[in-house]
Design a protein. Structure first.
Length: 301
């Protein structure tokens, strides 16, 4: 028996329907796209979302590229290279003014010397001198030193004399003309200090008042000096440096006359004898370092 599938005139492709087979209208034509899109409109590749990478569309910049107003990659807004980690140049500091310059010990001593000269010449009273001298030793800059001597005459020239007597320097301080030979305080006070020259014989009188005599920076009219102190219901204070030869031999009557400062000085030191009477009052003699030496010692600590 002959197979009807093998009869002549019938299609041999399994997907090709014969005349007796129904045709599926949804089946795609052989070689045509399944989606129903005409073959001539079918894309040849994946549809891009925008212009091709690195290219331009209609003359515009490519996606992700810099615009015409933006700086070039790697440059800052000012045109300088923007290198990661590169140091930013700092502005140069302004130079400090002369008044801000730190003061040295020598400059402080020079100002203190001018203040002592002003006291000896009567340009400053004792209260002004003490206030300015203390400020001079506490000054840290030139700006703090200048106002202390602004209203005083400039030094004649040459290096300022040291404020203290170095070893072997007593000879330069002995034989100077006396600038004061006495001090009297009646219901008040007097003071002698700084750079002054004590007379060969100096008399101090305090009646219901007080007097201060400071020999630490003083010059001496002679190698032998006598200071006579009389205190009546008042007091006299005498301050001497550690290296001065001192002898105290006063009398206290219903009062006190302190002699604890008695002692020898360094070689070449002048000899100062302190004597007198304290009646219902007191005379105090004490040794203290010079202010310049005290300031330096405190800085070293």
């Amino acid at each position: 028996m002959t197979d009807p599938e093998r009869l002549p005139g019938r299609p041999q492709h399994p997907e090709d329907p014969g005349p007796d087979r129904p045709v599926n209208p949804d089946a795609p034509a052989h070689g045509a796209p399944a989606s129903g899109t005409p073959a001539s409109d079918a894309p040849t590749g994946p549809a891009p979302d925008g212009p091709a990478s690195g290219g331009t569309a209609s003359g515009g910049p490519a996606s992700g590229g810099p615009s015409s107003g933006d700086p070039a990659p790697g440059a800052s807004a000012h045109g300088a290279p923007d290198v990661p980690g590169a140091p930013v140049p700092a502005e140069a500091p302004l130079p400090a003014g002369p008044g801000a310059m730190r003061a040295s010990d020598t400059e402080r001593e020079a100002v203190a010397e001018r203040l002592r000269d002003a006291l000896a010449e009567g340009r400053l009273d004792m209260a002004e001198f003490d206030e300015r001298l203390d400020a001079a030793y506490r000054a840290k800059t030139h700006g703090e030193l200048v106002p202390l001597v602004r209203d005083l005459p400039a030094p004649a020239g040459g290096p300022a004399a040291p404020a203290h007597a170095p070893s072997g320097g007593w000879a330069a301080r002995i034989g100077r003309p006396a600038t004061s030979r006495s001090g009297v305080a009646v219901f008040g006070g007097f003071g002698r200090g700084g750079r002054w020259s004590v007379g060969r014989a100096f008399t101090a009188v305090a009646v219901m008042g007080g007097g201060d005599i400071d020999l630490r920076d003083a010059d001496f009219e002679d190698r032998e000096i006598v200071i006579r102190c009389f205190a009546l219901m008042g007091g006299v204070s005498v301050v001497v440096p550690p290296d001065l030869d001192v002898e105290v031999s006063g009398i206290g009557l219903m009062g006190g006359f302190d002699d604890r400062a008695t002692g020898p000085g360094t070689p070449g030191s002048p000899r100062v004898r302190i004597t007198g009477l304290a009646l219902m009052g007191g005379v105090e003699v004490k040794r203290k370092p010079r202010k310049g030496e005290k300031s330096r010692n405190s800085l070293e600590k």
